[in-house]
Ligand binder design. Sequence first.
Ligand SMILES: C[S@@+](CC[C@H](N)C(=O)[O-])C[C@H]1O[C@@H](n2cnc3c(N)ncnc32)[C@H](O)[C@@H]1O
Length: 318
Amino acid sequence: MPTDRRPRSPATQRPAASTSWDPLAHWYNGWVGEGGSEHHRLVAIPTVMRLLEVRPGEQVLDIGAGQGVLAPYITRAGAGYAGVDASPRLLDLARKHHAGAGRFMVGDARKLASIAGLRAASFDAAVFLLSLQDMDPLEPVLESVAWALKPGGRVVILLTHPAFRVPRQSGWGWDEGRKLVYRRVDRYLTPLPVPMKLMPGKEAKTTRSFHRPIGEYVNGLAARGLLIDRMDEVPGHKATAAVSNTRAENTSRKEIPLFLGLRARKLKEPLDQERSSGGRPAPGPDRSHAAGGATRRCFSAVDPGRYTPGRGRRRWSG
Ligand SMILES: C[S@@+](CC[C@H](N)C(=O)[O-])C[C@H]1O[C@@H](n2cnc3c(N)ncnc32)[C@H](O)[C@@H]1O
């Protein structure tokens, strides 16, 4: 692996993207702590590690690494760790907490190829731990991760569940008649930048999160030859509904997931429709039928005769 450049002091280094959490670095570090928040330790990190299936000797790239909470888990599994984040301050804290646990590099997730110290097709796995939903736009980030992964490499994404936890557009409610806690969802299909007020009190600062329906992630990955082979929907570790019915709260906690975990694998070879079908449309079902078409799209991604991943879009052979 090439060596990292010596980091400049965070006071003199500018954030690498406007979505950086640099102004919130010290608050975020206090909230997460050196060993991770409760959410991290009890739910988010175990989910990511289960999906990653890290093997000794592998190289893992943590994109949107923040103050490096994942680094010790990866190195304890015997793998090499590299963390990238747009915030110089968060990475400075990462180096303090986890010196020796890997390399930390300031950079923009949308332009991984421009980070000195990263090489194309050099990582066995990449991970977005609660970070992809803070990056925008999505397409160059997915393009970048496909660039960084070895053929056959995997990318694991952990998000707050886009279908149930739409920031500012969903919430808990109490149904008195049925004595149950329900989740209300006001909007889902329209992608939405959402201002998030953090650091309550007079020093409140705003960051932005980007809501996207799940299809944006699935189709965005597939368009770059990253095919999903695992999806986990994970409940939180404790009830968050503000009602005084413990049984109902526990049921809603167990039934309505907090996180969505996705794992995708980079195709070993680009699928070449010309080579596999001689340029002729392959026989298949009528895709003009909406439901049949949708089903076919899902499964065609693994059928070399019918699907060609392109840069930024899907192309069809027939
Ligand atoms: C909610 S924090 C998650 C950090 C860490 N993974 C964790 O779980 O504690 C989101 C992170 O994404 C980073 N980020 C946002 N946009 C970015 C970009 N374009 N390139 C690199 N990092 C970015 C932010 O600076 C921030 O550290």
